[in-house]
Design a protein around this ligand. Structure first.
Ligand code: C5P
Length: 303
């Protein structure tokens, strides 16, 4: 008997800019962010179930620490989609992780986005992109971007996306830290550091848009900016040394990725990225390094 299965690959993201505005009434922060999807991908396989319900298994570095029930965003994605399609939530899901866990690269969100796509195909739900995007936004701020990929401006809490075109591919080195950082804790620290100051509305940098449009890595390196960085550095001071080392080794720019602790360094090209990766991995300041390029497409069915 042949068991039906669907395989989806879904990329990580880096925020080229993360402008964090005031806290909203719902507790989220108003954002203006520029996402780029990079080819560091998780793989999701949805199979016809061997029994009723959702059975989730995971593999890849650090995945043994992740929950396999409703505390896992991918599990909730399958449940939410089944409810929306009015089908039984029966699926065997396997996720192989390459995106660092709790690293500020939206790995959990990517898995949720990939699960929506994989289960819709397995269950022959026929949901439109718009319907999947709406479900994605209900699951988390970064989930819609996991579906869309490429480059995009995110507004609202990050879930309202406008695609942005860019020229060519940018080469990145990601320095992975030991352990993760909790996104709510980093936002809370950001609020604490800003206490008593008026917080301007979030904005997108014109220079950054220009750098993307022209494919100018040098300019993009200078325009990288993350308002959550001071908070991530306050919680994990050694990240300051790592960012300095990246600059010393010739990165065009470096920043904490999202809420961290992964740091992203922009290189001139793939050869430069290789040199930078070797230097950073020898620095003793990070657990390991990964090279990746962006922008790449969002979640897609590969088998
Ligand atoms: O939407 P998501 O579940 O990814 O958000 C995780 C947490 O990050 C939220 O509970 C909130 O503490 C914080 N957050 C925020 N403002 C945003 C996005 C996330 O405060 N725009």
């Amino acid at each position: 008997m042949v068991t039906a299965s669907v395989t989806v690959r879904v990329p990580a993201k880096v925020n080229l800019q993360l402008s964090v505005g005031p806290v909203r009434a719902d507790g989220f922060h108003e954002l203006a962010t520029v996402f780029q999807a990079v080819n560091l991908c998780d793989e999701i396989v949805a199979r016809e179930p061997t029994g009723p319900g959702i059975r989730l298994t995971m593999s890849g570095e650090g995945s043994e620490a992740l929950p396999l029930d409703e505390d896992n965003l991918a599990y909730r994605a399958a449940l939410l989609l089944a409810e929306a399609l009015d089908v039984p939530a029966d699926v065997d899901l396997h996720i192989h992780k390459a995106i660092p866990i709790a690293g500020g690269m939206a790995g959990g969100s990517a898995d949720a986005a990939g699960t929506l796509l994989a289960c819709d195909a397995l269950w022959k739900g026929g949901a439109s992109r718009e319907e999947l995007t709406e479900l994605a936004a209900a699951l988390g701020s970064d989930v819609p971007f996991g579906l869309q990929g490429g480059n995009a401006i995110g507004t609202g809490r990050g879930e309202r996306l406008t695609p942005v075109l860019s020229r060519g591919l940018f080469s990145w080195v990601f320095a992975l830290a030991d352990g993760g950082l909790s996104t709510p804790a980093v936002y809370a620290e950001c609020d604490r550091l800003r206490e008593g100051r008026s917080v301007p509305d979030p904005y997108v940098s014109d220079i950054l848009m220009q750098a993307l449009a022209s494919g100018d890595a040098e300019l993009l390196g200078k325009a990288l900016h993350n308002d959550l960085q001071p908070a991530a550095l306050a919680l994990r001071p050694m990240l300051g040394q790592l960012l300095e080392a990246g600059e010393d080794y010739g990165a065009l720019g470096g920043l904490v990725s999202g809420s961290g602790p992964t740091c992203a360094f922009l290189a001139r090209d793939e050869e430069h990225a290789l040199d930078l990766a070797v230097a950073l991995s020898g620095s003793g300041l990070c657990r390991s390094v990964r090279r990746a390029q962006g922008p790449v497409p969002g979640a897609r069915i590969t088998g």
